[in-house]
Design a protein around this ligand. Structure first.
Ligand SMILES: [Zn+2]
Length: 100
């Protein structure tokens, strides 16, 4: 006995010779539940990835705003230059992350 039920009569399905059939309807039943589960898993994993990306996004954005603050409070032109370079890099990374 399988853990699936006939879509027509809700009778528990049986498997024999690689075929799934409903003893009540006396016919073969095509189940696609296994594939559905895989798709569900893939969707969940995609969501996880996008969650990670968005938190990376947030981190980069807060890093960028920190660098901006540092530029504002920089005391020398060299400091401003160095900070602008890191700002440039951070913005570049953020753009790459957002494109994904
Ligand atoms: Zn049935």
């Amino acid at each position: 006995m399988l853990s699936y039920y006939c879509p027509e009569c809700k009778f528990p399905l049986f498997e024999a010779e690689n075929k799934v059939f409903c003893p009540n309807c006396e016919r073969e039943v095509k189940i696609e539940k296994k594939e559905e589960k895989i798709v569900e898993k893939e969707v969940k994993e995609e969501l996880k990835i996008s969650e990670k990306v968005s938190s990376l996004d947030n981190k980069l954005e807060s890093a960028i705003s920190k660098v901006c603050d540092l530029i504002l409070s920089a005391k020398s032109a060299e400091e401003v230059k160095a900070l602008s370079e890191s700002l440039d890099r951070l913005v570049g990374i953020l753009e790459k992350v957002k494109k994904h």
